[in-house]
Write a protein that binds this ligand. Sequence first.
Ligand SMILES: Cc1cc2nc3c(=O)[nH]c(=O)nc-3n(C[C@H](O)[C@H](O)[C@H](O)COP(=O)(O)OP(=O)(O)OC[C@H]3O[C@@H](n4cnc5c(N)ncnc54)[C@H](O)[C@@H]3O)c2cc1C
Length: 250
Amino acid sequence: MNESKKRCDALKRRCDALKRRKEYLEIPWTNMRSKVEPSVAEKSLINHSDYLSGQVITASAADISGEAVIRTEGRLVEYTYLVIAAALEYLISFTFPDDVKIKYSDSILIVGGEPSGVELAAEIAVNYPDNKVTLVHDRPRLLESVGQKAGGKALLWLRSKNVEVYLEQSIDLESMSEGDRLYRTSSGIEITADCCFSCLDRPLSSSWIRGSELKDCLDNDGRLMVDVNLRVKGQLNIFAAGDIIDIPVG
Ligand SMILES: Cc1cc2nc3c(=O)[nH]c(=O)nc-3n(C[C@H](O)[C@H](O)[C@H](O)COP(=O)(O)OP(=O)(O)OC[C@H]3O[C@@H](n4cnc5c(N)ncnc54)[C@H](O)[C@@H]3O)c2cc1C
């Protein structure tokens, strides 16, 4: 089988999987690597039925009332114990087009210098050393969420790979239109790029909880407050886990 036929088949398999997206777990931390190595994307989709013997309902939770979760289409799912682990909205990465975009772009702009942006810049710099990569971050340091030492090391390493890094600059991506190639930072620096990746923080998916009986269990950042047993504040049979909880990592 030639290379392009293999790629088309892989793309079709992935798009089919994403159409049935909630039946699959897509491992988030493979996302950046997948953009430069499509075979990783394929391996990162895991069918829930491969590891779960229970029932999988593919639906979005919209409310909680009494001892039931209410789905967006209004149907109820009753529970004895509930665990909420709905941190971020599902990320539709459509990794193969990203891979093609990177391969055929001479210049690439990445906005956001926390782990996702730094990882993507590094992946592109290593795999496509002839492409011009520019990273724009609005903080004084890269990787502020990780630590000062990590940010300094990342900056030195990226610059050693010819990645142009602008700190304390932001770019208003909302004001850009499809096909625009000229980007302007907050201090007026102009950057021309064939394609751009936004690696900005995505909001937590807790707005649906805000309108529910659990609204008082959210902190100001929209995280569920839990005790040492991961039981949601003031609740007997509701627990929460993962990025949605207010316990910091580390
Ligand atoms: C590019 C990238 C790289 C990363 N690298 C690392 C790493 O190296 N090490 C590390 O420890 N962490 C890493 N992380 C972070 C890690 O992926 C998260 O900490 C982890 O995915 C959090 O898991 P979670 O189950 O809490 O939430 P999520 O992974 O966000 O999963 C939440 C799920 O809930 C679903 N959902 C949302 N709202 C609803 C709703 N209303 N109803 C029903 N379902 C809903 C979503 O579709 C989603 O599938 C990385 C993340 C990214 C994006």
